[in-house]
Ligand binder design. Structure first.
Ligand SMILES: [Zn+2]
Length: 243
């Protein structure tokens, strides 16, 4: 079972200390308005990479970001913290002089604010990159709502960012031994708690029991929800359980 002192500890990216300001997304000129704020900052994300400055995220002024990356970069409104508004620009290739680094190598070293901003930006960027066309009629769709929705001009369909629920579970027995898995592709000695995607029409609790049974043959009894964590590699929401 989880230790009592761990139960209330926030998971990484589990408590985002900024306001998403969803009410500002409907303004089609939101980026221009944001650019007038001298405190506004812009992150730059690419294909699973992020612009960095040492071990931190590279932060640009809005006008500087557009000048460097062009007007075709996808514009994503992340929100605002106490220091001011924050947006991200997503581009297919982050210029080398912005020191792009793989998100996975950077994200775990960030504080709660910057880690949360980065997974928000990356989740949206991954979605736009792979959902350029309408799933209903096949025509090119357009981003709106400050990067939080796409609309098809041909058939009017609205498309929303994809988030795939996945359960991850710490299963223990009466002797407090944890059930772990090892993938054949992993290095020797690497083990992980079990995890898997939730299927359509399935509760989270049933997904925990099904995944454990499929992967190990072990039958799980009651389960307890522990917490959640966005994991945009490319688009998961991890839902933690014990059982
Ligand atoms: Zn369409």
């Amino acid at each position: 079972m989880p230790r009592p002192e761990d139960r209330d500890r926030p998971l990484p990216f589990g408590q985002a200390p900024y306001d998403r300001h969803a009410e500002r997304r409907a303004d089609p000129d939101w980026y221009e308005h944001l650019a007038r704020d001298p405190q506004a900052r812009v992150l730059v994300v690419g294909d699973d990479v992020v612009a960095t400055d040492g071990g931190r995220l590279r932060v640009l002024a809005p006008d500087q970001a557009v000048e460097l990356l062009g007007v075709t970069a996808e514009r994503l409104l992340l929100g605002a913290d106490d220091a001011g508004p924050v947006a991200a620009l997503s581009v297919p290739k982050v210029p080398a002089d912005l020191n792009p680094r793989p998100v996975r190598s950077v994200v775990t070293g960030l504080d709660a604010l910057h880690g949360s901003l980065l997974v928000h930006a990356l989740g949206l960027a991954n979605w736009h990159r792979t959902h350029q066309f309408c799933a209903r009629c096949g025509r090119a769709s357009q981003a709106e709502e400050a990067g939080h929705r796409r609309r098809c001009p041909a058939c009017g369909a609205q498309h929303f960012p994809r988030t795939d629920p996945a359960v991850i579970m710490l299963i223990t027995d009466g002797d407090d031994r944890a059930l772990l898995g090892h993938s054949p592709q992993w290095a020797p000695g690497r083990f992980s708690t079990l995890a898997g995607f939730v299927e359509p029409g399935e509760s989270l609790e049933d997904a925990v029991r099904r995944e454990v049974a499929e992967e190990t043959g072990v039958r799980v009894g009651p389960t307890t929800y522990a917490g959640s964590q966005p994991w945009p590699f490319p688009s998961s929401l991890m839902l933690g359980f014990s059982g």
